[in-house]
Design a binder for this molecule. Structure first.
Ligand SMILES: Cc1cc2nc3c(=O)[nH]c(=O)nc-3n(C[C@H](O)[C@H](O)[C@H](O)COP(=O)(O)O)c2cc1C
Length: 220
């Protein structure tokens, strides 16, 4: 059964037929499937998103709803001309002002044909996502030479790189479970501590300056 308390919305920023961004994102989505979370995919090839300043379409609302209900967001972009794709920018520009991305943890994946990977795309995308108030997670994944990485069936030919791509999903879920839905970790906490008590600063001081043989204070 899916854990409906965690909801991930993902978008891929290439609409090129047979593009590699979608192939890389498919690995992330597969990893999410194993994590038992609810997933929405914004298919930018199928949405009719207006250019900035041209009003809002039904698909603008659809994209905003999908991001609004997300606990976390994944943005995958190709490196195009030393930046992220205009398709991803169009999505961000359609997410409102103020943006529904604000306050959302966002994990980034970038793919490029070139050997330096999608570093510039990811840095630019990080900057814009932070600007609109998203919490951009560290460790974005950049994939270089992506056109040599997949076979005809979309299978990844490099185990190590596949693991890194899948880490986009695991990092985001770990962040959410630790910081947003910690209830999922309660069993683990119960195994680690016998008791939790909340003390005011003077009480902490009193405890710290008193010799209590059976009380061991540890920083949690
Ligand atoms: C408009 C355009 C610009 C591109 N610019 C770059 C670039 O600056 N650096 C690079 O490594 N690859 C560049 N590429 C190649 C893409 O990184 C390559 O197509 C890769 O497969 C990711 O894009 P895709 O998801 O559309 O397949 C460019 C491709 C296009 C279509």
């Amino acid at each position: 059964m899916k854990n409906q308390s965690i909801h991930i919305t993902a978008a891929g920023g290439s609409v090129r037929p047979g593009n590699f961004t979608t192939k890389a994102l498919a690995l992330v989505l597969d990893e999410l499937r194993h994590r038992e979370v609810a997933v929405d995919v914004i298919d930018l090839a199928k949405l009719d998103l207006p250019l900035p300043g041209k009003g809002e379409s039904q698909d603008t609302n659809k994209a905003q709803e999908m991001v609004s209900r997300a606990t976390g967001v994944i943005l995958a972009t190709p490196e195009y001309h030393g930046s992220y794709s205009s398709v991803i920018k169009l999505l961000i520009d359609n997410l409102g002002f103020p943006s529904v991305l604000s306050g959302k943890p966002v994990a980034l994946l970038g793919v490029a044909a070139g050997q330096i990977g999608a570093i510039k795309a990811l840095e630019h995308l990080r900057s814009v996502c932070s600007h609109v108030g998203a919490i951009v997670l560290p460790a974005p994944v950049s994939v270089a030479g992506v056109q040599k990485l997949f076979d005809e069936q979309g299978r990844c030919l490099d185990e190590g790189i596949e693991k890194r791509i899948r880490s986009v999903a695991t990092n985001l879920i770990d962040y959410i479970r630790t910081n947003i839905c910690p209830g999922r970790n309660r069993a683990t906490w119960r195994n680690r501590v016998d008791a939790v008590c909340f003390l005011s600063p003077p009480e902490i001081n009193a405890v710290m300056t008193t010799k209590l043989p059976k009380l061991e204070l540890k920083e949690l």
